[in-house]
Structures are given as C-alpha cells and as structure tokens.
Design a protein around this ligand. Structure first.
Ligand code: PRX
Length: 634
C-alpha cells in the first residue's frame, strides 16, 4: 500500500463518535446495550418470552419458537388480538381519555381522537364489516389517505381477523389492480380523494378502474369526505364508510387469533416485474414492533410522537399504527407534503404539538435542508428528544444537519435499518449508545447479523458484502402470498441465512453501515421500486419495443430513475413521446415511478440468454468500470 492510501485508510479508522446527552441516557430503558445484547444472544427465546409477557394474551404460548427451516412459528399456540393490545388494554388501565392521534392537514385543520373513541369506531367498523359478510381470513384492500379513517379501517379488519392489504394512495390503477387481484380481496376500502399540496387528488375513480372485471370484489366502501352521497348515488356495491360506523355502533369482541394467524399482506418491490405480497402474522409482529418502538423511541407512554411516513408503507403499519398504540403514546399523523404550504410546516407542527420523538426519511431531511437553516431556526423544537431515520442510508451531511439544526445537539438520532420483510426495526443504536453519523449501528437484541460473500463467508471489517441475518426473529415475514417458493429464496440464497438483499459493511467496533440494495431494486425518495416494474409499465406504451431502467444518484432523492427505451421500427423519437411514456408510467404505477430521464437507444445490452444487463448501462451512464462482460451478447 502506498503512503497516500495508508493515510486515507487511517483517516477512515478514526471514526467520529457522538455521545448521547446525559438526560437521555438517564431516562432510557436500556443503559447497558452491550451486555444485554450478549445475554440476549445466549438465550434468544428467553428474551422474547419475557417481552411477550408485557402484552395481553387470551391464552399463553406453549413454546416461544418452533424453527423448522426456513419456517418459523413464534409464541406457538398463543392466542391474542393485536387491537386488544393497541386499544382495550389502555382503556382497562384507565387511560381511555388519552389522545391516540392528532390528525393534521396542510392547512392546519386538526382532528383528535382518544383511545376510547378510537376503540368505539374500530368496533363499529368491524361490526359493519361483519354485516357485509366479511370474516376471518378474508382479504380487504385499503386505498386511503394518511388519516385516522385509514387506521380505523386497518384496525377494524384486525379486530375480526380480516387480512388487510394496504396500498399506498400514491399508486395508480395498474399497481392497485395487481394488488387487489393477487390478494383476491372481497372488498376495497377507499376515499373520494386525498389532499396534497393544496389539491384534492381523486382516489375513488382510480379504485373503480382498478376493480373493473374483478367480480369477487363485492363491496367498495367509500369515505365520502365532502358528504356528497356518493355511495347512495352509485348503487348496491357501494357502502358509505361513515354510515357503516354509524349504523353498527356497539361492542365487537376481538376475534381470538392464533399467534400464527395472518394479520396483513403488504406488497413490496423485488427483482421481478410483480411485487411480492409479504405476509405478517399476529403474534410475532405484535411483540416485535411493540418492543422495538419501546426501546428505540424510548417510549414510556407519555410521549408525543410523529412518524411522517404514510400508512401505505411498512413504516406506517408498524410505527404509525400498531406499535405507537401498543405503547400508549399520542401520535401526530399528517396528510400532505413536507413543504406545503411552506417549508417550515413540519417544524411548525413539532413546536405546536410539542413532539418528543420524530421519525422521518433521509430524503425529506435532504429536501428540507435545501431550504436553509433559517427555516427550522424560527421554531421552538426543544420538546424533541429522539430523531429517527428510516428507508435509505442517511449521508453524514444530512445526519449532521438533522442533529444540529433539528436536534440542536440535544437529541439522539436512531438510524433504523429494516425492511417490509423484517416487520420491525433490526439495526440501530439504542438512545443511550454512542452514534456514528452515516452508520446505522448495532443489531437489536437477539438478532445476529453478518456481512458475507455470496457463499456465506464472513468478510473482514470495513469490507462491503451482503447483509444477512443468521437467525429467525418474531416479526419476520412468514411467506409471500401465493408464492411460497419466493419466500424460501430469502433463506436459501446464502448459506441458509436470511438474505436482506442489501449491501453493507461492519467496522472494527461492530457498527454496521448500509450501502444500498444488492438487487435490481431502486430506492427513490425512500420508496422501494423494482426496475422491472417500471420497465413493464414503459413497454405498455404502444410505440415502445423494449426498455431498461437504472437508478442514478440524486442529491435529494437518493436515486432517480433513468430509462433507456428502444422504439418500435419506424417510430421517430421526440420530446413529446418522452412525455407520453412518462404519462403511461404515471397511469400504471403512479408518480413515484416516473423516469425523470428517458434516452432513446437502438438496442440494449443483453446477456446471451437475453437478460438485460442494467449494470452495463449504469456503469456507462455514471462513468464507472463496467466489470465482467463475458456474458454480454455483443
Ligand atoms: O435498502 C434498505 C433500505 O430500504 C430497504 C427496505 O425498503 P422497504 O421494505 O420499503 O422498507 C423501508 C422502511 C423500513 C432496505 O432493504 N433501508 C431501510 N432503512 C434503512 C435503509 N437503508 C439504509 N439505512 C436505513 N436506516
């Protein structure tokens, strides 16, 4: 190694560590992460056995874990209901009048709901679902705004064992159709519209197009936001969301759910054109999300918490809906954009509601950072204690801005790595532990991770490789809906470890740094999008023959989409055609999947077996080494 390299190696090793403030350490549930982690590794089942006892069970489990590779059962034969732990438990403890959610929109309109009121509505809605003939095991798709109503819909399903499948309201009809159809949902719950950047974005028309031809969708339940009598006008298949609640008031006994009964399906992108339906079950998901939130957000029950995600993603499921309720905190939920009507709107609400724990994505931080330090400086953010980050790697620059300009150096940052498949947070530093900007940190209790080569050999420190998890955990996905083979692949790819399909490295002190996806999945503004999904949408345009999609680094979004498009013979490239192609993608998948850049090409690089070599396109585009080309066709 020459002198220059040696020096930069050394510099890399002198890691900057930032220590948490005393008051945060003092308050924290966990003060000695290292020794507790070691203990938890020695007795993983004992660890979760103790945690699960903090929640309510109708019947206790006989066995904590049954591991029949690659299938796990947790809290075997335990009987519970997650909504009982989210709602009834607090009311029985005398906390029914506590605010569960404060809903806000971009205009400052506010709506509050207590734990008791929420239970009443969930019960009524669940009764309503029953009155429509829905029962345990049926699937219902939810296509709704980020709102209390969406939460009522989700919990109403969970109350009676109906499996919910929430679809992000930013998706368009093609994406929604695929998800409803794959889950064969008996009903779709939607709203007339969602609000964003001062506009009403219609949802019902999209839902209606998505269910065309799907006769098994018996009911379309509509939250008629402007009370226009939509359901009545449209006829028999339509049900008014609010009326359904109004007409079915009264208790609804929680369905006694087996620990391993399905709770929900959530679709997420992978390498193929068709997203996978990740299935989560009641018991393990309940215990794992409850406890990670308690530890990483240091919830004691008296917090005001705000997670800026959308209920349509896993972060919304686990950390807007289920775990904050189980921990009995008050959550803010916002419908709208982070910078509308002004770029200080989030900080205005942090000040107004005295938010203690704030959870967002690096893409939002980078976007708000661009408006300048003077924007957050106008607000009193002294209520904040814990700042969370999720969804993509947080670059040190954004980390420091978040730490200094939002946390005012008095907060800790928990950079939580996890996935739709993991159900709960898996890697981060706990609030009392020293942080390293840009490195997520350490595994959660009982979780053993490694960075390996493709044969499963562990790599030396600071070497990038595949991130794997060596052992099962309670909230792990149980299968991919209708595709059990895809599930097995997670555990069969690399030495019988769970393959996270991410690249990472681990330093000498055991801090894990996430580099990004190892597969053909893009991370655009924290949204997971499959290259093949976008390609399939592009070729729906009648003038397109073929397409290949790559991600290009973007200073705000992390990645942005570029498409290489081969046109059909005789079609002339034009700017107008680019716009048409973008519109096709918007209509099929939604605005988040639109390729910002389109380049028309004569042909695409392919392997001899006909697979598109996206890495060749990417390397060429970014001026990188192309690597091994031995399989390239020509
Ligand atoms: O690449 C990782 C990235 O997001 C992927 C999972 O996406 P999704 O299933 O949509 O769930 C996102 C919210 C949990 C991962 O494979 N990712 C998630 N959190 C982080 C992250 N990358 C770096 N740092 C994180 N904290």
């Amino acid at each position: 190694m020459d002198k220059k390299n040696e020096k930069s190696e050394l510099l890399l090793k002198v890691e900057e560590k930032i220590y948490p403030p005393e008051d945060i350490i003092k308050r924290a549930w966990i003060k000695d992460y290292d020794s507790l982690y070691q203990e938890s590794i020695k007795d993983k089942e004992g660890f979760w056995d103790k945690v699960a006892q903090e929640l309510h069970w109708f019947e206790k489990w006989d066995k904590v874990l049954e591991w029949d590779f690659p299938h796990a059962k947790w809290f075997v034969n335990g009987k519970t209901n997650i909504t009982y732990n989210a709602l009834d438990r607090h009311i029985k403890a005398g906390n029914g009048d506590k605010t569960a959610y404060i809903y806000v929109d971009e205009e400052g309109n506010e709506e509050r709901i207590t734990y008791r009121e929420l239970l009443d509505k969930v019960n009524a809605f669940a009764n309503g679902l029953k009155s429509l003939g829905l029962k345990k095991g049926d699937r219902v798709s939810i296509y709704m705004p980020n709102s209390i109503e969406a939460i009522i819909a989700m919990l109403g399903c969970a109350r009676i064992g109906v499996i919910h499948s929430v679809v992000f309201a930013g998706f368009s009809e093609g994406a929604l159709h695929m998800r409803i159809n794959d889950a064969t949902a008996s009903a779709v719950i939607t709203a007339t519209y969602t609000k964003r950047r001062g506009k009403k974005i219609p949802l019902l028309p999209t839902a209606e197009k998505a269910v065309e031809g799907l006769d098994y969708v018996k009911h379309i339940i509509v939250w008629d936001r402007d009370k226009e009598g939509v359901a009545e006008k449209k006829g028999e298949r339509y049900v008014d969301f609010e009326k359904l609640i109004e007409e079915n008031k009264g208790d609804c006994e929680p369905e006694i759910m087996d620990s391993e009964d399905p709770l929900f399906i959530l679709y997420t992108s992978g390498t193929t054109g068709k997203p996978k339906g990740v299935l989560h079950v009641v018991g393990g998901y309940m215990v794992n999300t409850y406890y990670t939130a308690k530890i990483y957000f240091d919830f004691h029950g008296d917090e005001v918490y705000w997670c800026t995600a959308d209920i349509g993603w896993i972060t919304g499921h686990s950390y807007i809906v289920y775990s904050p309720l189980m921990n009995g905190v008050t959550s803010v939920i916002m419908e709208g954009a982070p910078d509308h009507p002004h770029p200080g709107i989030w900080w205005e609400y942090v000040e107004k509601y005295k938010v203690n724990v704030f959870y967002t994505a690096p893409t939002a931080i980078r976007m708000l950072m661009r408006y300048g330090d003077q924007i957050p400086a106008k607000y009193d953010l002294s209520s904040l204690r814990i700042l969370g980050s999720v969804g993509e790697p947080i670059n040190p620059e954004a980390w420091h801005w978040y730490y200094e300009h939002i946390g005012r150096k008095k907060c800790v940052i928990v950079d939580t790595w996890w996935q739709t498949e993991t159900g709960s947070q898996m890697i981060s530093t706990v609030p009392s532990y020293p942080m390293k900007p840009g490195k997520a940190g350490k595994p959660f209790f009982t979780i053993e991770v490694a960075v390996v080569d493709k044969n499963g050999n562990e790599l030396p420190p600071n070497t990038v490789g595949f991130l794997v998890i060596k052992n099962p955990w309670p909230s792990m996905l149980r299968t991919c809906w209708g595709n059990p083979e895809r599930y097995k692949k997670y555990w069969n790819d690399i030495n019988h470890y769970y393959n996270a399909e991410d690249l990472a490295s681990i330093d000498e002190e055991g801090y894990i740094m996430i580099v990004g996806r190892a597969d053909d999945v893009l991370n655009v503004a924290g949204h997971r999008i499959g290259t093949m999904e976008v390609e399939s949408a592009i070729v729906e345009h009648p003038k397109v023959a073929e397409a290949a999609v790559i991600g290009k680094p973007d200073p705000v979004k992390g990645e942005r989409i570029k498409a290489f498009v081969v046109l059909k013979v005789g079609v002339q490239p034009s700017e107008e055609l680019k716009k048409e192609i973008q519109n096709t993608v918007r209509e099929i998948l939604g605005p988040i999947a639109i390729p910002e850049e389109i380049e028309f090409v004569e042909k695409l690089p392919k392997t001899r077996s006909g697979k598109i070599m996206r890495r060749v396109l990417r390397a060429k585009e970014l001026g990188l080494e192309v690597g091994d080309l031995s399989t390239l066709e020509d």
